[in-house]
Design a protein around this ligand. Structure first.
Ligand SMILES: NC(=O)c1ccc[n+]([C@@H]2O[C@H](COP(=O)([O-])OP(=O)(O)OC[C@H]3O[C@@H](n4cnc5c(N)ncnc54)[C@H](O)[C@@H]3O)[C@@H](O)[C@H]2O)c1
Length: 366
């Protein structure tokens, strides 16, 4: 029988606790330590029966972990992950890959130097709903993407912002924290994004960082999408609030958040309803709704199983690589720049293409 991999969770806040709970359910891995300087984590350490260490240096000298999950604030992703990788520990790193392109590129260089697996925590990619949608889209069932709309209404309570990084410009805000998931999915489904336009607003909360934004994207095939997001708007129309993928944290409303209309038919998510015409598309004739089949599963569990396979060498390529996640960040940077300048901004992926060893396309990178 194969011994479980000892895994440390670095940063035991909101999502770190999801990883702790998930580790208790999956086989092949076990929680071996928590790393967090916050005194609030002592009770969790006690209930899970593992030591809580103050920093990654203490973890490395303890020898307690063979791999790590990094769930710390965005601006710490580079220093924390680089230290772990240099000490020989594979990393599952929460999204966004980093707070800035510069940090993300530095992290890619460290990961390439060590050759160790790094998986970025765009967990939705491990959701069977996303797999079924991608298969339907890529096999042409809705034709070419013409238009898409994504809504993300996430009324976060005041206490959410006690963690000040979440409302610090350049580090937090719903674009970097939440919209990056939507960008990842749209790239995964429809390929490269070539330019963006955006309006950002901070009127509802009055923070220095945005609380709401409206974004327009143009894809390589000419398809266009609009995305609206707010962490101050109350509504059920958000992936997090309708997919049921983290029921410990969020309700699962029976509604939709993503709508894709193609040259042949349409698809809504996360309910996986496919709308197809009987013959040629014609707005005067009824479309038929069909439910795409899916066996629901927990994406956080599947993500950890994939991480274990990468560590054991059973899989060679992460489903979400550092380069892929950095492409998401480049799109996010273009959105932030477009909102600040009030103009259309091109998505420039050349910083990734210049890197050695990069096999790169503008959609999903293997
Ligand atoms: N994939 C998802 O579904 C998802 C959901 C939420 C957050 N996230 C991402 O996870 C990360 C954490 O977000 P959160 O909302 O859980 O944050 P949080 O503020 O709730 O928790 C962060 C924890 O990290 C600790 N910490 C800070 N610096 C540290 C360091 N250097 N070493 C060890 N611990 C440190 C803090 O004390 C805190 O307990 C962010 O990158 C966020 O974008 C991902």
């Amino acid at each position: 029988m194969v011994e479980p991999i000892d895994v440390a969770v670095i940063g035991a806040g909101a999502i770190g606790r999801t990883h702790v709970d998930t580790l208790a359910r999956v086989g092949g891995m076990r929680l071996s330590a928590l790393v967090d300087p916050s005194p609030a984590v002592a009770a969790l350490a006690e209930s899970t029966g593992v030591p809580c260490l103050p920093d990654v240096a203490a973890l490395i000298s303890s020898g307690l972990a063979q791999a790590a999950i990094v769930a710390t604030p965005n601006e710490t992703h580079l220093p924390v992950s680089a230290t772990l990788l240099r000490a020989g520990l594979p990393v599952l790193l929460e999204k966004p890959v980093a707070e800035s392109l510069d940090s993300a590129l530095k992290l890619i260089a460290v990961a390439d130097e060590t050759g160790l697996p790094v998986l970025v925590g765009h967990h939705r990619r491990h959701n069977p709903i996303v797999r079924a949608a991608q298969q339907a889209i890529r096999s042409g069932r809705i034709g070419d993407l013409v238009i898409a709309s994504v809504t993300c209404s996430l009324a976060k309570p005041e206490s959410y912002f006690d963690a000040r990084w979440r409302c610090t410009p350049g580090v937090g805000g719903p674009l970097l924290i939440n919209l990056v998931h939507e960008i990842d999915l749209l790239r995964h489904f429809f390929g490269g994004i070539v330019n963006v336009q955006a309006i950002a607003s901070s009127i509802r909360r009055g923070f220095a960082v945005e609380d709401s934004a409206a974004v327009c994207l143009t894809f390589e095939n000419g398809g266009i999408a609009t995305l609206v997001i707010s962490d101050a708007a109350s509504g059920p129309w958000a992936w997090d609030l309708s997919s049921g993928e983290n029921l410990a944290r969020f309700p699962a409303h029976k509604t939709t958040a993503h709508h894709y209309a193609g040259s042949r038919g349409a698809l809504s998510l996360p309910d996986l309803t496919l709308w197809l015409p009987e013959d040629e598309p014609d707005w005067t004739r009824a479309l038929h709704a069909e439910q795409l089949p899916v066996v629901h599963g927990d994406p956080y569990e599947a993500q950890l199983a994939h991480f274990a396979d990468l560590i054991r060498g059973r899989e060679m390529f992460p489903h979400v690589s550092l380069r892929d996640a950095t492409a998401n960040l480049i799109v996010l940077d273009a959105i932030r720049e477009a909102a600040a300048r009030g103009t259309r901004v091109g998505v420039d992926l050349s910083p990734l293409q210049g890197l050695s060893g990069t096999t790169f396309n503008n959609g999903t990178i293997p």
